[in-house]
Write a protein that binds this ligand. Structure first.
Ligand code: NAD
Length: 260
């Protein structure tokens, strides 16, 4: 992975939910390398602050705010603090999310509420809060993390597929509703990525009798994706390089979705 920067985000400020670890951390570091001031919102205090240190050691500027983005008070508290401390921002990467691997008939209402809160309610709360602020700053770019599971169905992942379908539709709707106000909004749709989330998903599916560690991964997407390979796609969508790309679902899956 090239560490070179084209300065594509110089002068921009980017807010990243779930920016402390995994794909979010890789994107925080890449955004900073491209010149953005990076503002991380996450529940993982230690990892969030560590990511900020990594940004600053590399000569960039980063900030961390602790919030559970599934809770409206915490979302508003973080955005109030960002407004007071930092001011306007141009990029929103709505990334925080999680997964439950379980047969549908064993899934509880608590599972449903938890996954919908963390994956869907959070995107609603964060985008609802950020969009007017971005519009009043002249517009900007929103990227939402969806998934290959947004449009394909996967056994043992009913709740997850439902939640990721919802956020893809949110991205498309924002693209249409806010275009005239200077906002572009796109979704990134990864396959399996080498993060805590992706590795736990593979292990749990494997335990349930699927064979992801042995062969299915090779057959579907060739190999596991590195977090930086998703970050590259997000950086493109966030930057002015994607100035006419709006309402798009960018698959980062080495052709898996295309093959079906
Ligand atoms: P990860 O678990 O390493 O990172 C998720 C980040 O989100 C963590 O920093 C975590 O602390 C944060 N987070 C989770 N819940 C939060 C909350 N309620 N409030 C604030 N922050 C919270 O995993 P990752 O793979 O880097 O990211 C997961 C996201 O990527 C999810 O949205 C998931 O749907 C999506 N995704 C992952 C894969 C994959 O294979 N890894 C594939 C497709 C989509």
């Amino acid at each position: 992975m090239s560490e070179t920067s084209r300065g594509r985000l110089v002068g921009k400020t980017a807010v990243i939910t779930g920016g402390a670890a995994g794909i979010g951390r890789a994107t925080s570091l890449m955004f900073a390398r491209e010149g953005a001031r990076v503002v991380i919102i996450d529940i993982q205090e230690h990892a969030g602050k560590e990511t900020v240190e990594m940004i600053e050691q590399a000569g960039g500027t980063g900030h961390f705010y602790h919030a559970d983005v599934s809770k409206s008070k915490e979302v508003d508290g973080a955005f109030d603090a960002i407004k007071a401390d930092i001011g306007a921002y141009d990029i929103l990467f709505n990334h925080a999310g999680t997964i439950i691997v379980k047969p549908l008939h064993e899934s509880t209402e608590e599972d449903y509420d938890r996954l919908m809160d963390i994956n869907v309610r959070s995107a609603f709360l964060v985008c609802r809060r950020a969009l007017p602020e971005m519009v009043s700053n002249g517009g900007g770019s929103v990227v939402i993390t969806a998934s290959i599971a947004s449009e394909l169905g996967y056994a043992l992942e009913a709740l997850y597929c439902m939640s990721k379908g919802a956020v893809l539709q949110l991205a498309r709707t924002i693209a249409v509703e806010y275009r005239e106000q200077g906002i572009r909004c796109n979704a990134v749709c990864p396959g399996f990525v080498k993060t805590a989330h992706g590795l736990r998903e593979i292990a749990e599916l494997d335990d349930a009798g699927q064979t992801w560690e042995d062969g299915d991964l090779v057959a579907t997407q060739g190999r596991i994706c590195e977090p930086e390979e998703v970050a590259t796609a997000v950086t493109f969508l966030a930057s002015d390089d994607a100035s006419f790309v709006n309402g798009h679902a960018l698959y980062v899956d080495n052709g898996w979705y295309t093959k079906g």
